[in-house]
Design a protein around this ligand. Structure first.
Ligand SMILES: Cc1ncc(COP(=O)(O)O)c(C=O)c1O
Length: 226
């Protein structure tokens, strides 16, 4: 089972109860859990970070995959890690060495400095991302936004207002100069209804322009009617 919380791109988060159920399932069916921890600290509204390793019997069946890209905003540095049961990690290390050799030394030194350094920037980042989410939710009333509990993006269920994600994406690009990715292919029938807004690199001032940009589009008209 491969899981991520907060998840990309929905920003969906797992509660303690969700994790308890997941861990029960893993134990009952003898499953291995691959936990993508890339965004685990990017949690809004004071949500607690619940880790699958807190549950009994999970250490021997869980692989934690982490990265500098999200919490440390170091996309492009290509440094990540895997933690898991020692026997398997030996094999994973060999696979990594033979496939990628290793991250360049410069990136590894930067990673060590960042991971050993003050982590206060993560809370500042979370607060800023939460302000961006809140602004989007506030300035697009009626739009079928799926409110994220963390992460740095959100989904819009455009099918619920009569558009395919591809149509909605084209309208936003051509008429509002907003690039939003259609989600078909990202995860079954739910993703296939949605468009993605990524606000990780959009300061509040730019997000504040969104209502003016979308005004007059068929999407805004449909959202107003909904
Ligand atoms: C689901 C998911 N996990 C983890 C990552 C981080 O990957 P990387 O460290 O290769 O940037 C990404 C990056 O976009 C992602 O989409």
């Amino acid at each position: 089972m491969v899981l991520m919380s907060p998840s990309m791109p929905s920003g969906g988060t797992f509660t303690r109860e969700d994790w308890a159920l997941t861990c029960d399932l893993c134990r009952e069916h003898d499953l291995t859990l691959v936990y993508d921890a890339a965004m685990e600290a990017l949690l809004y509204d004071g949500r607690e970070l619940v880790h699958p390793l807190q549950f009994e019997g999970m250490a021997e069946r869980t692989f934690v995959v982490g990265s500098l890209s999200k919490e440390h905003r170091m996309i492009g540095w290509r440094v990540g890690w895997v933690a898991g049961p020692p026997e398997a990690i030996t094999t994973i290390r060999q696979v990594a060495v033979y496939n990628t050799t290793m991250p360049v030394a410069l990136a590894r030194f930067a990673a060590a400095a960042v991971l050993r350094g003050d982590q206060g920037h993560v809370a500042e980042c979370v607060a800023e991302l939460q302000r961006r989410r809140d602004l989007l939710l506030e300035e697009l009333p009626g739009w079928p936004l799926v409110s994220p509990g963390g992460g740095w993006s959100l989904l819009i269920d455009v099918e619920s207002i009569g558009f395919t994600p591809a149509e909605a994406s084209r309208i936003l690009l051509e008429e509002a100069a907003i690039a939003a990715t259609p989600m078909p292919g990202w995860g079954g029938p739910v993703a296939a209804r949605c468009l993605r807004f990524v606000y990780s690199a959009e300061p509040l001032e730019r997000l504040a322009e969104v209502p003016d940009r979308v005004a007059g589009t068929a999407l805004a008209a449909a959202a107003a009617r909904s």
